[in-house]
Design a protein around this ligand. Structure first.
Ligand code: T5A
Length: 228
């Protein structure tokens, strides 16, 4: 983790993150947004956290297997941070530097919600990890997909089939309710960057809402590379 990871170029692609609870539909909506951007000839990559780079994918395997939990909340937070550091340096910043848009399934808001608010990791550690791994690299726009807990868990269970629930899917219903509340607080606390999306509707309706919110955001913030 070095300060070279935190230099944000002035001319760069847009950085858009998707956040929300389990089964809220982030992966589905990222794919749909990527298709829409492709249709208007904007170059974009889709990536995810934890993971998104070879080194970070190894750490993803560790944390989602539950190994990180055995080490305790602070060490688990450090694992997410190590994964993010690699991902930012090797994938996100190089793409943004080339003017390529980056659509990322989860980013630092996940650490704030899961480890900070729910895991009760002290803000000092969460903030320090954020400073070291991403510095000034804030997403330009964050969609927080909001669904009732039972809807999200049902979707996640249906998609999983007979496979075992992962580290966080296996938490109890109160955890997921608190998670939803944490994300709503994040959205309310940073309205310039975050858009809370009602993600309980069908996929195409949610996609249209996101597209409309993106265009509105661009209309008010961008002078170049705006989709038609
Ligand atoms: N984590 C991550 C931390 O604790 N700290 C961190 O810093 C970071 C970065 C990652 C886990 O790591 C934790 C959080 C997570 O628990 P993951 O496997 O990447 O785990 O899983 P999630 O990010 O939680 O994503 P999921 O795969 O569970 O859900 P998605 O991506 O939100 O949902 P999606 O699109 O896969 O949809 C789920 C199912 O629902 C259907 C889809 O077809 C799919 O079958 N669906 C809909 N059905 C009806 N209506 C709609 N509108 C639908 N949208 C999707």
């Amino acid at each position: 983790m070095t300060d070279t990871a935190v230099q944000v170029p002035s001319l760069r692609g847009r950085f858009i993150t998707f956040e929300g609870g389990e089964g809220s539909g982030k992966s589905t909506q990222i794919r749909k947004l990527a298709e829409r951007l492709d249709a208007v000839k904007l170059r974009a990559i889709v990536t995810r956290e934890p993971g998104g780079s070879p080194g970070a994918e190894i750490i993803r395997h560790l944390v989602l297997s539950g190994m990180g939990k055995l080490l305790g909340p602070d060490a688990e937070t450090l694992l997410f941070a190590a994964a993010r550091d690699d991902h930012v340096r090797t994938v996100i910043l190089p793409a943004l530097n080339q003017g390529i848009w980056v659509l990322c399934d989860r980013f630092f808001d996940s650490t704030r919600a899961y480890q900070g608010q729910l895991g009760q990791v002290l803000p000092g550690l969460v903030n320090a990890m954020q400073r070291v791994t991403i510095g000034d690299l804030k997403p330009d726009l964050t969609f927080i997909l909001d669904v009732p807990v039972e809807v999200g868990l049902q979707r996640a269970a249906a998609r999983r089939g007979n496979a075992a629930a992962d580290r966080f899917e296996a938490e109890d219903v109160k955890f997921h309710q608190d998670l939803r509340d944490a994300y709503r607080q994040i959205a309310a606390g940073d309205p310039q960057r975050c858009v809370l999306i009602d993600a309980a509707a069908d996929q195409d309706t949610v996609s249209a809402t996101i597209w409309s919110a993106l265009r509105e955001h661009l209309r008010t913030t961008m002078t170049t590379a705006s989709p038609a």
